[in-house]
Design a protein around this ligand. Structure first.
Ligand SMILES: NC(=O)c1ccc[n+]([C@@H]2O[C@H](COP(=O)([O-])OP(=O)(O)OC[C@H]3O[C@@H](n4cnc5c(N)ncnc54)[C@H](O)[C@@H]3O)[C@@H](O)[C@H]2O)c1
Ligand SMILES: O=P(O)(O)OC[C@@H](O)[C@@H](O)[C@H](O)[C@H](O)CO
Length: 499
């Protein structure tokens, strides 16, 4: 096409004017070296960790704390994404949008390299074993930790893990790869790292530690001991709503800012990271850019998980059944809004102790205001996906606490479970591939229980073990009633439990 821009993305970024509509990295990117290896460079990591490090570098922070991305998914889509990242010299546009301010665009430069698992894991393993790597962070989703809900233990019987254990020098799974990387570090006298989980798990650091030391112990008990002594696992609470990036965002960034970015990402303006200060091999001084280093991370995790994530999950299934596709549209629906505010007021807030200086009510109001942010178009299917992995984290604790009180009102939990079950049944009706893509961690036995005609069979699913509801007579009756009610009229069913 005559006049088409033949410059590379990084050349286009380099030509952007200082003080223009798009802000660009204000640091010498060529001098930045990777000190952080991040496994699972999805939308969230690109809008959260990479944004903080970009701010840190711009604030004059040490160039030794750049990021190398690590991709362990060996699919054609992942390899294509890796090629695009390299084509753009790992730069991309982050668009930040709130409900009431003009949106802004900035180029993030803190990711300086990317290594993708290929035929073997050698390049990834050598990268993780480099002495310059002091932090291995990860966003690998809740299911990536492979903790079995019934036992609370790392699932050594999982087929992929068993394969890694049979050939530990050629691993493919997260904790198999980390085990072999730590073996190389130990054997070469390099020293440990800090493993920083940025996933929405309770005690995410401890969970990562359980997974890694269990895997390592199965390979070599001495290595597990070395990891306990040389690797730290700070717990952290991370918060920023980051929708799945869409082709429309690519068009929008091209149209609005003239940037031919094939990998932009969109996020709300809210940004938070609270983390324990337990780092084994140094850390960037992220307090300079707003990260809180505290000992009471657990209370922040509880607050966020029980209010934000639990409301998200409680909302998404009935909202999808009502035909909504976006969170902001769903939360503006008066019937859904009443059901969520009733859930928060009756089922969550009475059981929740807030961190010092935080009001639970104000926090909940703020979360619902964030849900109403139409500028980010957050997808209900994003929230709904992989329910079998996230229900245990988000809904088990409030449910178990309610069940412990004999006279507690569990009708909203029953409606929620009935909605989740119906959603899974609808996906199953669309075919195995659709269900497997949406529910990658739903095992065949649990799937059979969810698809069984009697709704209460679902309560025997392994991933609902923490609910403590199997064989609970009153809840069984409530679940049967809710399952029938949503077949007739979802709105009426919502009204019944929100009165
Ligand atoms: N998106 C958000 O709003 C948000 C906010 C806070 C925390 N988080 C956390 O971040 C996680 C990822 O969210 P996202 O929005 O980036 O999703 P995403 O789908 O954009 O990215 C997920 C990344 O994890 C990788 N991954 C998934 N399972 C893996 C596995 N088993 N082994 C190795 N890599 C694996 C994928 O390849 C991908 O790079 C969430 O599950 C959550 O725990 C997300
Ligand atoms: O990321 P998930 O899939 O665990 O949960 C879905 C959302 O609740 C979550 O991504 C929130 O948007 C996020 O936790 C906000 O910080």
């Amino acid at each position: 096409m005559p006049g088409a821009d033949v410059r590379s993305f990084s050349e286009i970024v380099a030509d952007l004017p200082d003080g223009g509509a798009v802000s660009v990295p204000h640091y010498d990117r060529a001098s930045v070296r990777a000190g952080i290896a991040h496994i699972g460079v999805g939308n969230f990591a690109r809008a959260h960790l990479a944004r903080y490090i970009d701010d840190y570098l711009a604030a004059g922070g040490s160039p030794r704390w750049g990021i190398v991305g690590i991709g362990l998914r060996n699919t054609e889509a992942a390899r294509e994404k890796a090629r695009r990242r390299a084509d753009q010299d790992y730069l991309y546009t982050l668009v930040e949008s709130s409900a009431d301010e003009p949106r802004s665009a900035r180029i993030i430069g803190s990711i300086v390299d990317y290594v993708q698992l290929g035929e073997d894991a050698e390049e990834v393993l050598e990268r993780l074993a480099e002495p310059s790597i002091g932090i291995v962070s990860m966003t690998i989703t809740e299911g990536g930790y492979r903790i079995a809900e019934e036992t609370g233990q790392y699932d050594l019987g999982d087929a992929m893990i068993a394969k890694d254990l049979a050939d530990p020098r050629a691993p493919r799974t997260v904790f198999g790869v980390l085990t072999e990387a730590m073996r190389r570090r130990r054997d070469r006298g390099i020293g440990g790292v800090s493993v920083v989980s940025c996933d929405n798990l309770r005690h995410n650091g401890e969970t990562a530690e359980l997974a890694l030391t269990s895997h390592a112990h199965a390979v070599d008990p001495g290595l597990a001991d070395w990891i306990r002594e040389n690797v730290s696992f700070p717990n952290s609470m991370v918060d920023r709503i980051v929708p799945a990036a869409t082709p429309e965002l690519v068009d929008d960034v091209a149209r609005t800012w003239g940037l031919p970015d094939r990998l932009p990402v969109l996020a709300e303006t809210h940004l938070q990271w609270v983390i324990e200060d337990r780092f084994m091999a140094g850390r960037p001084e992220l307090e300079r850019v707003g990260v809180s280093f505290r000992d009471d991370v657990w209370e922040f995790e509880e607050l966020k998980s029980r209010i934000l994530n639990a409301s998200h999950v409680m909302l998404c299934y009935p909202a999808l059944l009502l035909g909504y596709s976006l969170v902001d549209e769903a939360i503006r629906d008066p019937d859904l809004a009443r059901y969520i505010t009733t859930f928060l007021a009756r089922d969550v807030q009475p059981q929740l102790a807030a961190p010092a200086g935080v009001s639970v009510t104000d926090y909940a109001d703020e979360v619902l205001r964030r849900f109403r942010n139409a500028a980010i178009g957050d997808q209900l299917t994003r929230i709904a996906g992989d329910g079998a992995a996230k229900l245990p984290t988000y809904i088990s604790p409030p449910t178990a606490a309610l069940v412990r009180q004999n006279d507690a009102d569990t009708r909203r939990i029953a409606l929620f479970l009935a909605s989740y079950r119906k959603y899974v049944r609808q996906l199953a009706a669309q075919g195995d591939e659709t269900l497997a893509a949406a529910e990658p961690n739903l095992t065949p036995p649990d799937r059979r229980l969810l698809l069984a005609p009697a709704p209460e069979r679902a309560l025997a699913s392994t991933f609902l073990a923490g609910f403590g509801l199997a064989g609970h007579d009153r809840f069984t009756a409530e679940l049967r009633h809710a399952a029938e009610a949503i077949e007739t009229d979802v709105r009426q069913a919502l009204a019944e439990v929100s009165a």
